[in-house]
Write a protein that binds this ligand. Structure first.
Ligand code: NDP
Length: 510
């Protein structure tokens, strides 16, 4: 049995997957690759542990989650160091987007789970159920499998486990093979917070480990590429297992002529380059109305040129970190080369950095169009292609000309017009004069349209998906036989027909 879920990250040795620091190229440690049998055993343990975890109720589970919240803040430096070492990101990207998220999420789900999953007494207008007790309740699915990506090992991988646990499920997390250490550290944190044994386990491994997990669990929460997301859904269909999919994006930014160009330029530079551009809701392409195009491009280029890139040595040391996933470097470069070959100009950056470590220079591209992959495919790197457009309608048409629909932003001083335009963008979330920060409001649903996903995280839907709805109907006062029961009688049938006409037959005719 190659289980690693109880072992501290530093103790992982032997054969398996080497975990590298992408900013230095050094191997940190090795974690085991769990096979089908290992996964089966983890799931069996999770199934055995889950009923007791469900039975202790929201208050007790909330206490564990609040202790875990405190553990995260008490151990923030250690978690940041682990995240930075396995992703190569900056200290700030780990602190702001991961520690703050996880700490908030533990508190949010501890507080909100009882309300989101409370029994809902219902009333029905149908006379057949008058006087009966009608209730909708939410019951945990059992064992949830979370399959996570490498860009945010805490927020995007582990984050989805928190509502699943709050709902009363046992959870098995399969982190990306390149970033397993944060998940193992969080297993230690949950144990310290008093989570019962086997309620949360980590299955380190590769794609095959993820596939084995899909076959065994009661719900699969997947975050990653659209290509793999389709494979996950196909696999889950074999056992009719429900899935939640948070997939890729190609988020458009629309800058109107009346925008605050300074704010828009600062935001464009930040929200395209933070976390090295490896954010599912990164600004990936910009459409700027002609009157402010030159000014916007100049300001963005100036800001991007000044970014410091490298290995993080603590707070404030660099602005842009490494490329976490080795094949990603080729994808980014391919998009830039394709654009240049088709006539784009590189205003800054445009090359992979010199080793050691994997870096791509923060890059601004102009003279781009939709014949180029940098405008149509997810780049997932520190690049920003900017396109001039004639008017808002052209920007909207191009923004919607995408298989993706994760998130978007509109920039204008006329917020009424901005909101009207936002409502016409085909995306699960649209900001006006902002970007990405909606993700921190855990009350707001976050989910992609089109090829960007299925279902939502956050909000009521972000926890109800980990449950099965159960309808309860309780008849307290009733006779021996209801009128509609056997034997059918002509008089009763005609009466019921009359009743139907009386109740529903008075609709207005045109
Ligand atoms: P993947 O979608 O391939 O991987 C995500 C997770 O799924 C990983 O844990 C991976 O394991 C696992 N996995 C891979 N194959 C299977 C399978 N057949 N069944 C079950 N699980 C599987 O993402 P990549 O890491 O390969 O990144 C590729 C692209 O995805 C990026 O270029 C980027 O465009 C996009 N992406 C989007 C993210 C988002 O937040 N929406 C996050 C990360 C990437 P393992 O890593 O061990 O192979």
């Amino acid at each position: 049995m190659a289980s690693v879920e109880q072992a501290p990250a530093a103790a992982q040795g032997g054969t398996g997957i080497p975990v590298e620091n992408p900013a230095t190229g050094e191997t940190i440690t090795t974690v085991p690759t769990l096979g089908r049998e290992d996964v089966h055993e983890l799931v069996a343990r999770a199934r055995a542990a889950q009923p007791a975890w469900d039975a202790i109720g929201f208050d007790e589970r909330g206490r564990v989650l609040r202790r875990a919240q405190k553990w995260v803040t008490d151990n923030a430096e250690r978690i940041i160091a682990t995240i930075v070492s396995e992703t190569g990101k900056t200290y700030e990207d780990a602190q702001l987007a991961e520690i703050m998220y996880a700490a908030a999420a533990f508190g949010f789900w501890a507080k909100e789970a009882p309300a989101f999953l409370a029994d809902e007494p219902m009333k029905s207008a149908n006379p057949l159920v008058k006087g009966k007790k009608l209730v909708v309740r939410y019951r945990p699915v059992g064992v949830v499998g979370v399959i996570g990506p490498w860009n945010f090992p805490l927020t995007n991988s582990f984050g989805d486990c928190i509502p699943a646990l709050a709902a009363g499920n046992a959870v098995i997390l399969k982190p990306s093979e390149v970033t397993p250490l944060t998940s193992l550290l969080m297993a230690e944190g949950l144990r310290a917070a008093g989570l019962p044994e086997d309620v949360f386990q980590v299955a380190t491994g590769d794609g095959a480990t993820g596939a084995a997990l899909i076959d065994e669990v009661d719900f699969v929460m997947f975050t990653g590429s659209t290509k793999t997301g389709k494979k996950v859904m196909e696999r889950a269909a074999k056992t009719l297992t429900p899935v939640g999919l948070e997939l890729g994006g190609k988020d458009p930014m629309i800058v109107l002529a009346d925008a605050d160009v300074d704010r828009a330029a600062n935001a464009a530079a930040y929200y395209s380059m933070n976390n090295g551009g490896q954010v599912c809701i990164s600004i990936e392409r910009v459409y700027v109305e002609a009157p402010v195009y030159d000014q916007f491009v100049a300001k963005v280029t100036e800001r991007v040129k000044s970014l410091r890139q490298g290995r993080s040595d603590g707070p404030g040391s660099i602005d842009v970190g490494a490329v976490t996933f080795p094949p990603q470097l080729d994808i980014i470069d391919k998009h830039v080369r394709d654009a240049v070959r088709k006539g784009a100009r590189v205003l800054t950056g445009g090359r992979a950095g010199n080793g050691p470590g994997m870096f791509y220079e923060p890059t601004v591209l102009v003279d781009v169009d939709h014949s180029m992959s940098c405008m149509t495919e997810e780049t997932f790197g520190p690049t920003l292609p900017i396109m001039r457009v004639g008017d808002a309608e052209e920007a909207l048409r191009l923004a919607n000309d995408s298989p993706y629909g994760l998130q978007a932003s509109v920039w204008t001083k006329d917020t009424r017009r901005g909101e009207q335009l936002a409502r016409r963008v085909e995306a699960g979330a649209v900001c006006v004069n902002d970007a990405q920060v909606n993700y921190t409001a855990l009350e707001l649903p976050m989910g992609g349209w089109k090829s960007s996903g299925l279902g939502t995280r956050h909000g009521a839907g972000g926890i109800r998906k980990y449950t099965q709805q159960q309808t309860l109907l309780v008849t307290r006062f009733a006779g021996k036989r209801d009128p509609h029961m056997f034997p059918y009688k002509r008089r009763t049938t005609l009466l019921l027909g009359k009743l139907t006409r009386l109740l529903y037959g008075r609709g207005k005719r045109d």
